[in-house]
Design a binder for this molecule. Structure first.
Ligand code: AP5
Length: 210
């Protein structure tokens, strides 16, 4: 099973990808998580990526496409994968076709823009794994700690109001046009109302998958 999750920043892609990964035992490939790891390095690439993340801009296609194609060629992707955060524009979507990567299902998580600030301001993440929580809507078992490792959770540096504004602008200009690209393609495309609670959204996703 090869699934693409699409949606606005904060729509719940990462949250649902985690659940699908556990249920289906397929790889969870989050380009945001990969880039956050890379940005921690002091290398030239790490520093470059950090600038894009902190400004809410997309990392250039030539960097991210190569990283993604390399990532999905790893053994843990043999049984399938969920793409969370890729593709982000039509060029990236076409790159999957060009690399001969077929996709079974595209799920678009639709949310109202008004909900974004609430979701992002309360978000806490476990940086090494990318696991995402919310202090109210999806709290960890122990306050401030990752459920699996017990390590500290952090507030993402791009979850600040000014950067969120930029990320939304980028989403509307570059990512949203991709919905038509997939809608017009010979591929299973589903839209889900992702403004509902996590559990309800998960149930809808599994109804489609099953
Ligand atoms: P990325 O990490 O992919 O960020 P994003 O797409 O902006 O999405 P988010 O991670 O913010 O949101 P999400 O939809 O995963 O929501 P989540 O589940 O966490 O990308 C970050 C940056 O990396 C980009 O800005 C760009 O610079 C770069 N980048 C990444 N991919 C790239 C690419 N392909 N090309 C170029 N650059 C790239 O949920 C949000 C919060 O809400 C959480 O707190 C969660 O607990 C809560 N929540 C989730 N679902 C619900 C619900 N149903 N009800 C209530 N609360 C909920």
């Amino acid at each position: 099973m090869r699934i693409i999750l699409l949606g606005m920043p904060g729509a719940g892609k990462g949250t649902q990808a985690q659940i699908i990964e556990e249920e289906l035992a397929i790889a969870n490939v989050s380009t945001g998580a990969i880039l956050r790891e890379v940005s921690k390095s002091k290398s030239e690439l790490g520093q470059k990526v950090q600038i894009y993340l902190n400004s809410g801009q997309l990392v250039p296609d030539e960097i991210i496409i190569e990283m993604l194609v390399e990532r999905i060629s790893k053994d843990d992707c043999n049984n399938g994968f969920i793409l969370d955060g890729f593709p982000r524009n039509i060029e990236q979507a076409k790159s999957l076709d060009q690399a001969g990567v077929s996709i079974d299902l595209v799920i678009y998580l639709k949310i109202l823009e008004e909900q974004i600030i609430d979701r992002m301001s309360g978000r806490r993440i476990h940086l090494p794994s990318g696991r995402s929580y919310h202090i109210t809507f999806n709290p960890p078992k122990v306050d401030g700690k990752d459920d699996l490792t017990g390590e500290d959770l952090i507030h993402r540096s791009d979850d600040e109001p000014e950067v969120i504004k930029k990320r939304l602008e980028v989403y509307f200009n570059e990512t949203e046009p991709m919905l038509d690209f997939y809608n017009n393609k010979d591929i299973k495309f589903y839209e889900i109302d992702a403004s509902e609670p996590v559990k309800t959204v998960t149930e809808k996703i599994f109804k489609i998958i099953n």
